[in-house]
Every structure is written in C-alpha cells, then in structure tokens.
Design a protein around this ligand. Sequence first.
Ligand code: FES
Length: 224
Amino acid sequence: MNNRSQNRIIIDGVEVEFSNGETIYEAATRHGATIPTLCYDPRLNPFGACRLCVVEVEGVRNPVASCTTKATPGTVVHTSSPTLDLHRKTLLEMVASENDALAVDPLRGYASQELTQLVAQYRAATDRFAGQHSGHSKFEDDNPFILRDYNKCISCYRCVRVCAEQEGDYAISVMNRGFHTQITTEFNGLLRDSACTFCGQCVQTCPTGALGDKKALRFIEENI
Ligand code: FES
C-alpha cells in the first residue's frame, strides 16, 4: 500500500485523505468541516489551550482537541454532535464570563469579533460563571500604536506566540497562572521599553479585541 492510499480518515462519514503530519483539524477543515477555534492561528504552532476545537474520535472516550491531534489512518471522526455543542457552549460561557464587553469595535483589529461571533452562534450565556477576572488592562501604556485592554483577554496566548514564532521578538510574555494569568512584557513594563517593534501582528491575531490599534481608534473618535 502506498502512502496515498494509507493516509485516509473518515470525517463525518466521508473518507478523506490527509498529508503526513496533518492534524485532524487541518484535514477536516480542508474538506469543508466547520470546527470552532479560539487559540488556533494557522500561522502558529498548535497550542491546545481553549479546547473549543474538540471532536469525537471513535474508540476514544473523551473528545480530543483537533488542532493538536495528528490524523492517523483509519480514524473515524465526528466534528459535530449535541454533546460537542454542549461542551463548546460551556467552554464559551466560561470564557465569556471573564470578558467584560464582548462587543468590540472591529477597527481594533480584524480578528476581534471571533469570540463575539462564537458566543452568538452557540447562544452562550455571558454571565453564567461571572466572577474573578484574570489580567489587568494597560490603558496607561505610553505608546502611540497598541492599546492593551486585558479586561477582554482570554489568555489564548496568540499574541505571545505570534510575537515569538512569527516575529522572533519575544516582546510579549505571560506571568502567573489560572485567574492570576497576566499577558505582559519583560518585568511587566511598557511596550515601548520592550523588544516590541509595533508590527501589529498581536493586534491582528487577538480574537477578542483585547489588543487594539490606537491609530484606528483615534480615527474613529475624530471622524465618527
Ligand atoms: S483551537 Fe484547538 S485547543 Fe484552541
């Protein structure tokens, strides 16, 4: 048997091919499946933090994160079911309960409506787990380009990862854990004192609008 005939899995009842090294998420979405994600960015190494991309794999007891699970020949995958919907809705309710305002101006960053749209799609309650918040906003950050509104942060680490993996700058990092998680810079200082080049990649990848483009926001204030 050659590689081509070996590399097949069943996704939602359809046999599909995958390439060596591909994840279930990559194979499934390439063949038209829709799987929700929050910490996924196709440019970045899989991280597996949000668990929103879970799918059911026959023979595996618990749902698996499709963005970090490699496709293997013969696997039978289901990308949607009432159980998965409930799982995703509950995860979104946990995330949304931490987020003080889901409706964020789209001009803060092109990806900033991701969380808002998913919450609406799954009809997730936004106050079910209301309570403690992680992260403190850095409105006072004295730089002309990037707003850091961590009240809207969900700790997906996409900004941290894009800064390191795509830019090689390592300007953004993380301190503490759990509800005390804080996206920060070295010594929790200002961005302008860090290795940040203000490339804007972090703003573009942020799924919630926690990071904003100050120039775009100034334009809105002055013209609308
Ligand atoms: S998108 Fe797969 S765990 Fe977040």
